[in-house]
Design a protein around this ligand. Structure first.
Ligand SMILES: Cc1cc2nc3c(=O)[nH]c(=O)nc-3n(C[C@H](O)[C@H](O)[C@H](O)COP(=O)(O)OP(=O)(O)OC[C@H]3O[C@@H](n4cnc5c(N)ncnc54)[C@H](O)[C@@H]3O)c2cc1C
Ligand code: SF4
Length: 432
């Protein structure tokens, strides 16, 4: 009789371990399924650029891709990897090489939503001689890749310098690609000007959520050498760039937006919102975020109007208007409404909010219910004054006290400017 326990105990132990393992797996499936369902409900099923396509027949459900994805964009459902959070995928591409059976392919765009990718040669020159593209605009995202491309593009440009009054190169954008390119231009002693439409450097990094951990890798920067970057907070990465800018004495023309580039004999005329420049080459390091869409109303040039929320705390005790109907508008409205003594009005021209995350919809409803926030649907801003704003709501004019306006009305994508310059752009529908 005793012997039976010798056999039963290990079997019971093994069954217990298997059951606990199976339960853990089920819980992970459920969690992944919930993320996927939320993305479908919010209509956020289209990845923005480079993303993985997983072949379910080849996939063995090892979960290696899930473990390496820093954005939690992939999950395992029913033993197969699935892109559960497509909007979070930023195209690291870490998942594809991690897959032990080669089930993942990285592609641009989807069947339903094409992604426009400009033609760029290995030298980073486009089909238009003298116009170069580096960084995310060319299709490949990531801080390290953008910085490396910026450096390499300048190496090509340095072989074709300007003459007379021409600059050698105009660098557009001060994100990772533009910053590395500017360092390269300084190292090669090129006559160059760098423009940034915003008031600070960093590009997309500048817009990451506070304290976001940036997953990056060491990168070689001109005049600096090998920068040992790894996992770093957004704030530390920006501080790193600021230190370099100060140390090398880099000049960046902030708040200067390049609006048009036209061909001249032997070069280009670059027109910004402030001046015109003659140059032999242009390096577009403008990323894919585009330029914030403006309202086009009187008073919009006021310093109290901004196009993104940096720090909700700065609005404590103030009367704020947020304009827009997407996730970023709702997130800005809710975050500012949580500040003590802040009154927030959210104005949206549509008669209902469209595709927004369920979490944001719930947070908005709660803030409205608690009386922290007022939503004005079917409304348009008509005029912005120092201490007031004027709106038109369903034909009725309304005016209220206001200390700050946050416009989250999306962006004008850069492809139009590229096409105007004659740069060939291909739309990819799920191809590499
Ligand atoms: C939420 C999120 C998380 C991410 N996390 C990571 C991560 O962890 N690790 C990683 O490696 N990558 C990450 N990325 C991707 C990475 O941020 C980008 O790939 C990288 O910033 C691209 O650099 P860039 O210089 O090409 O473009 P950008 O960083 O977009 O910079 C372009 C700059 O050009 C300026 N500009 C645009 N048009 C004009 C104009 N007409 N005139 C003047 N200036 C102009 C813009 O204002 C901007 O400053 C993330 C991206 C997002 C959205
Ligand atoms: S490409 Fe990057 S962000 Fe997208 S799923 Fe793969 S590892 Fe995650």
């Amino acid at each position: 009789m005793k012997e039976i326990y010798y056999y039963l105990l290990p079997i019971a132990f093994i069954l217990f371990v298997m059951y606990t393992y199976w339960q853990g797996k089920q819980r992970r499936y459920e969690a992944a399924k919930q993320v996927l369902d939320e993305a479908i409900q919010a209509g956020l099923t289209e990845p923005s650029c480079l993303h993985p396509v997983i072949d379910p027949i080849v996939c063995c459900g090892s979960g290696a891709c899930v473990r390496v994805c820093p954005e939690n964009a992939i999950g395992i459902i029913n033993h197969k990897a699935v892109l559960i959070n497509p909007a979070h995928c930023i195209g690291h591409g870490a998942c594809a090489p991690a897959c032990p059976v080669g089930a993942i392919k990285l592609v641009f765009g989807t069947e339903r939503r094409g992604v426009e990718i400009p033609h760029v040669k290995p030298s980073f020159e486009t089909n238009v001689p003298g116009i170069y593209i580096a960084g995310e605009l060319g299709g490949m995202g990531l801080v390290r890749k953008a910085a490396e491309q910026g450096r390499q593009a300048i190496e090509s440009i340095a072989k074709n310098r300007g003459s007379g009054k021409q600059l050698d190169v105009v660098i557009v954008g001060a994100g990772p690609a533009g910053l590395a390119a500017t360092l390269g231009a300084m190292e090669k002693k090129l006559r160059s000007v760098t423009f940034e439409q915003e008031d600070s450097l960093g590009g997309t990094v500048y817009h990451y959520p506070r304290n976001k951990i940036v997953m990056t890798q060491p990168v070689v920067l001109p005049l600096v050498g090998k920068a040992k970057l790894g996992e770093i907070t957004k704030e530390d990465l920006l501080a790193f760039w600021h230190r370099i800018v100060e140390r090398v004495g880099m000049k960046i023309n902030f708040n200067e937006r390049v609006e048009r580039v036209t061909a001249t004999s032997g070069g280009y005329l670059v027109k910004s919102n402030k001046a015109e420049y003659l140059t032999r080459n242009v390096l577009l390091a403008i990323g894919r975020r585009g330029t914030p869409r403006k309202l086009g109303v009187p008073g919009e040039e006021s310093p109290k109007v901004v196009y993104r929320l940096v720090d909700p705390e700065q609005y404590q005790g103030r009367k704020i208007l947020v304009v827009g109907g997407g996730d970023s508008a709702i997130e800005a409205a809710v975050a500012t409404s949580e500040q003590p003594g802040t009154t927030v009005t959210l104005s949206y021209r549509g008669d209902a909010f469209g595709r927004i995350k369920q979490k944001n919809r719930d947070r908005l409803a709660a803030a409205e219910r608690d009386g922290k926030l007022t939503v004005l649907l079917s409304s348009n801003v008509a005029k912005i004054e120092k201490d007031h704003v004027h709106l038109d709501k369903d034909g009725e004019a309304i005016c209220f006290e206001n200390h700050g306006v946050i416009v989250c009305a999306g962006g004008i994508l850069p492809m139009g400017m590229l096409k105007d310059m004659g740069i060939q752009v291909e739309t990819k529908y799920g191809t590499d």
